[in-house]
Design a protein around this ligand. Structure first.
Ligand code: AMP
Ligand code: GLY
Length: 428
């Protein structure tokens, strides 16, 4: 199969690394990619939202599988666009991703809350407001228990969620979103919901809207500071498997969340042929949905792919031809951890174009370095984002994996480099 992956982060590097191991893989392209991805795939100079360019490339290069990494092109309708390319241009491939309508599970918090309500999927209670019922929203906030969670309805690059400890803060955040249009159109509608207390975990499945297979799970460390302090980030590290994700808990996740979600997609005619990311809260042993994403997580993919032994291209083909239920999913033994190295100042302002050294250091067989925000600059590889690279290791114990990634990071350097040394701290 000829494969094109869209994206340029650690997630896409990990997917590319995984796909190169498939004996079904003929040619592998990634657009726009990064210098790390260039070591395992052919880089294509196309943006992820350049649908026309992507279509031409898929036709010219006879792409069989178009894997969409980030949410943006999915929410913008790349699936539907490429479905039309099948009819109008005779494209023979398929997209790994949901239709534009189904991508609203991530693209609109209000859409996903209503979907969960219709399908009796456990989630925090909520209400939604716009400028038209702003005063009602203020009254709702004032009588709501604390903490209280406010979410911009649309995509806000991971920044659209505010958890307030006081009514005053919540009212201020509400006004910022609705009146001052803090996130533009994305915050013209705001979802206000109950705070769920528990431990977060992410579960990943592949689904064609009829069948599904769980391909992994991970615990993500979102805060910048050790001990889960400071500002939220895109993710500072991940571990898998998570000790509390035992058979009993996973059974609850499948019965109360995953199966009803997939049945809901089928019942409501929401076309889906891709990854689905369940952001869950373990509330006293019972899972509730915090959010759906219509893609893989980053940095979760950087531990989920190394742990997944099953051939990913075979799974994509099975998803597309309706034989997903007949496939077996195998996981490697042991624990996987990834530690993300970020630019100094991130998640606030940070500098770019800083040379990175140590990327050619020999690695133990049980470790991998995935590039996230990097760029080629002549002979040098330089920083090009907040999250710069992520080091995944495997160990017999979780902390062995974490420590090995940290040891590798000690020999990689760029000015301002920062990473958490306590990933997986709750676990041995
Ligand atoms: P989201 O963008 O929906 O992933 O939200 C970002 C983060 O906010 C989540 O990863 C949680 O840590 C937190 N969060 C969101 N909704 C809730 C909730 N209802 N209760 C507690 N924490 C939440
Ligand atoms: N790491 C969280 C996400 O990818 O949304």
């Amino acid at each position: 199969m000829n494969v094109l992956i869209l994206g340029s982060g650690g997630r896409e590097h990990a997917m590319a690394w995984k796909i190169t191991q498939s004996h079904h893989c003929n040619q592998l392209f990634v657009a726009p990619g990064n210098p790390g991805i260039a070591s395992v795939a052919t880089i294509v100079d196309l943006g992820v939202n350049d649908f026309e360019g992507i279509k031409s490339f898929c036709l010219t290069n006879k792409i069989d599988v178009l894997v969409v990494g980030p949410e943006d092109p999915l929410v913008n309708g790349i699936y539907d666009f490429m479905e039309r390319a099948k009819i109008e241009n005779g494209w023979k491939g398929f997209v790994v991703g949901p239709s534009k309508e189904a991508a609203q599970l991530e693209g609109s918090k209000a859409f996903s809350k209503k979907f969960m309500q219709r399908n009796a999927i456990p989630t925090a209670g909520y209400a939604e407001f716009t400028k038209d019922n702003f005063e009602e929203g203020k009254a709702y906030i004032s009588q709501h228990g604390l903490p209280i969670v406010l979410k911009a309805d649309g995509l806000a690059a991971g920044k659209g969620v505010v958890i307030s400890e006081t009514h005053e803060d919540a009212l201020h955040a509400f006004e910022e979103m609705i009146v001052n249009k803090q996130f533009g159109k994305a915050s013209s509608k705001v979802v206000i919901e109950e705070f769920l207390k528990g431990i977060e975990v992410s579960v990943f499945a592949l689904t064609n809207g009829i069948d599904y297979k769980i391909i992994g799970h991970a615990k993500d460390y979102k805060r910048i500071g050790e001990g889960d302090t400071g500002l939220n980030t895109g993710g500072m590290g991940c571990v898998t498997p998570v000790p509390f994700m035992d058979d009993a808990f996973m059974q609850k996740v499948e019965e109360t969340i995953i199966a009803p979600t997939v049945n809901g997609l089928a019942k409501e005619g929401l076309v889906y042929n891709g990854f689905i990311f369940f952001g869950l809260m373990n509330v006293n042993g019972d899972p509730q949905v915090i959010e759906y994403n219509c893609r893989m997580g980053d940095p979760e993919t950087e531990v989920v792919m190394p742990r997944l032994e099953t051939d990913l291209l075979s799974l994509f083909a099975a998803m597309d031809n309706g034989t997903l239920a007949d496939t077996n999913i195998n996981f490697a033994d042991g624990y996987f951890a990834t530690v993300v190295a970020v630019s100094g100042g991130y998640p606030g302002d940070y500098k770019k174009n800083i040379p990175i050294t140590g990327l050619d250091n020999p690695l133990p067989a049980s470790s991998l370095v995935f590039h996230a925000g990097t760029k080629q600059d002549g002979d040098a590889i330089v920083t090009n984002g907040g999250r710069v690279l992520t080091v995944t290791s495997k160990g017999n114990r979780m902390q062995e994996a974490v420590q090995q990634s940290i040891t590798i990071l000690k020999d990689i350097y760029f000015e301002g480099i920062n990473y958490r040394k306590d990933i997986g701290y709750e676990f041995e």
